[in-house]
Design a protein around this ligand. Sequence first.
Ligand code: GDP
Ligand code: MG
Length: 441
Amino acid sequence: LSERLGSVFDRLSRQGALSDDDVSTALREVRTALLEADVSLPVTREFIRSVQKKATGQAVTKSVTPGQQVIKIVHDELVNMLQGDGPAERLKIDNPPAPILMVGLQGSGKTTTSGKLARRLKERENKKVLLASLDTQRPAAMEQLAILGSQIGVDVLPIVKGESAVQIARRAKQQATLGGYDVYILDTAGRLQIDIPLMEEVAQVRDVAQPRETLLVVDGLTGQVAVEVAQEFDAKVGITGVVLTRMDGDGRGGAALSMRAVTGKPIRFVGLGEKSEALEPFEAERVAGRILGMGDIVALVEKARETFEAEQAERMAKRFSKGLFNMNDMKMQLDQMMKMGGMQGLMGMLPGMGKMAKAAETAGFDDLMLRRQIALINSMTKKERANPDMLQASRKKRIAQGAGLDVAELNRLLKMHRQMADMMKKMGKGGMMKQAIKQMM
Ligand code: GDP
Ligand code: MG
């Protein structure tokens, strides 16, 4: 996408004005990017509409190109939407013991996240945490949490066979109060799909525990499905936040935007792996970049601006490193030297440039000579410029006369040209050329 956007914005940036058409063209690409990132269709539409309104309503600032401005609006709007208000990772867990209810589909990562969260609260906030598994469906799930707890050094409510989820929730509350815990985390059972018994069970647990936070755990790799899950849980149980798991995978995290837009609930954390420390606060900037498929928005903006120059520099560097440095190139270099303030201006620039200027100086090069050389090149035919090797005596005489100079001067130019061509070739091999050329543009 970066490339696609890059070219669109590159074109935009050369037009100098931000018309409705420009914005629409750019936003078509953004729309594709959002859909590719698994953002749901209605949310994508809404997003595009809101950006369109903002983009076309805005005057083009002088300091940035229109393309950059559209990018910035898209990016800012995305961050804005993802972020909501306040630091998302701050859980309401004062008034101990504070219950946290973990809900979600089976396999979404509830148990893993319960462990991660317990570890985080213990290590970062110095909280005394109790973990309890309410997963009566699968005995292995209770074992899983018990093992997790011992690994991270967090207490786990002992398993009592035959209890219902509601009974376990009561016992957890009791234990948390008696044991002086700050927080207790209730890890519930999930189903592969949303069904009525699951929702009823979770709702009952909620009534008993009265959680301060109800966190919906969602697999970040699931796109559209995640939205339905979020809506359903929010409607039936009421959630206070979302944890997106598997954000370490290839998914683009579009679910984050959909979920935020549909439920209005903050995304608190992201799971970045299977290990118990792989949980991080949600960062809107990072996910925004990921959704748009740009690791770094700033880099893209820079790129849009520099594409043209970089391409040209690249082309030149490639030619020079092959030893293809003709009189046209030489003239361009000489013109650039003049533009940059002649020989004086050239000294002390890039290492490569400094070297070149020094070499020019030792060859007896000054500003007057610079102008003479330019005159000599101007006196050459197109063919001669492209291929200086074809210059024999008669041609040399004609060129020199045309510039009002003598042949000796032309010979110096040719010698100089050969030296420069050699140097270009060497520099090209070291990769320094591109930088040097870019600097000159
Ligand atoms: P539950 O059924 O909702 O309790 O899901 P689990 O916590 O048992 O997790 C299901 C699987 O997903 C396990 O193999 C976890 O290791 C894995 N998992 C959970 N969170 C993440 C995550 O953030 N990244 C990755 N790569 N795997 C995860
Ligand atoms: Mg589980």
